[in-house]
Ligand binder design. Sequence first.
Ligand SMILES: [Zn+2]
Ligand SMILES: [Zn+2]
Length: 414
Amino acid sequence: MDLIALAIPFFLLAIIIELAVNWVRGAGYFRANDAINSLSAGMLSTTTGYFTRLIPLIAWGYVLQNFALIDMPLSWFDASPRGIALWITAALAWDFFYYWYHRFSHEISIFWAAHAVHHQSEDYNLTTALRQTSTSFFFSWIFYLPLFLVGFPLEVIVAVSAVNLIYQFWVHTQTVRRLGILDYIFVTPSNHRVHHAQNERYIDRNYGGMLIIWDRMFGTFQDELEEDPVVFGVRKPLANWNPFWANLQVYDYLLFDARHTQRWRDKIGVWFRRTGWRPADVQAEYPKARADLGHFSKFDARPATGLQGYVLAQFLVSLVLALGISARFGEAGLGAVLVPCLLLWAQLWTIGLLNEGRAYAVRVELVRLLLLVPAGLAVQEAAYWPAVVAYIAVSVAWLGSGIIFFKQIVKENT
Ligand SMILES: [Zn+2]
Ligand SMILES: [Zn+2]
């Protein structure tokens, strides 16, 4: 049973409710371009995850089979007092190691390169929660190996990790302000807002997943302060709506520094030293100015005139496609979702380009729609054909009417 897949409809429903509350209050917590980008990163993370999810399971299973200190059969984890105590212990232990995984993800450059995606949004709403990385698979599981050395069953740890991740969804909101005593014990909207801030005082604080007590124990807690309103986002802004680049940007910065520094020690240090550290020679030759939060303005590129509705419609289609892929993966496995995933990724890329209002985006989008014909043939399922043909026809016609505005698009955005 995949708890996270089951939770997705509830996540989407909660986003719609938050959107409605935001609209009624005129709170300004949502922008369509940013929310589409966050959810695109989420769809990319979920679908690339189908291809990488075996990596931790194989590593964990290996350690459990060969090195476990205690043999804990699954039958111990029942509804008895002992079983409940074991479940709570497993959940607390996961949360403890999550704290350290998350802390390393911020404080060491190569881990930050993977995690930064989650922090790039300059808004803060429930869509931010789903803005997840696609590249943490190569190291995140290492932090949880002690659980398998102790001997917790794989099924139990997979379940508590899913509950931990699902818990973290609701704290990504500005609609809930302070929660009294809960803010002292649990990770809540207030103390997780601090975690997503780029204000000097809030940087590298509040790493907890479910409990904030770890931050209090290890000296990384910071309360949200009235006099220092949170500025959301990262110090080096993403400044585009491309979900692929969102996953690669920090690696690219590190690669640049590693290539340009002279000393070998620094070429390695770039990846493994404290986040933000740069070799002295690169810093001198290619200095980076610190962001001035006093004059901060959000990245806010928008689709060209006449294409806002088109981008929103394509985004909704991508969402339906992603949900379809999720169901199909559950029924038929990895081989059955490869082509649909490629189609989804191409669509997420062009949605990003259109969302930025780029002049060439319309041409790229037309090419994508035309390539759907041979790609659709590769799926070889006749039942989908009327829907695919209708989708291509409506999209081309809609885009065509958008091209009437094309001269205006070029004028606005080139
Ligand atoms: Zn973080
Ligand atoms: Zn978060």
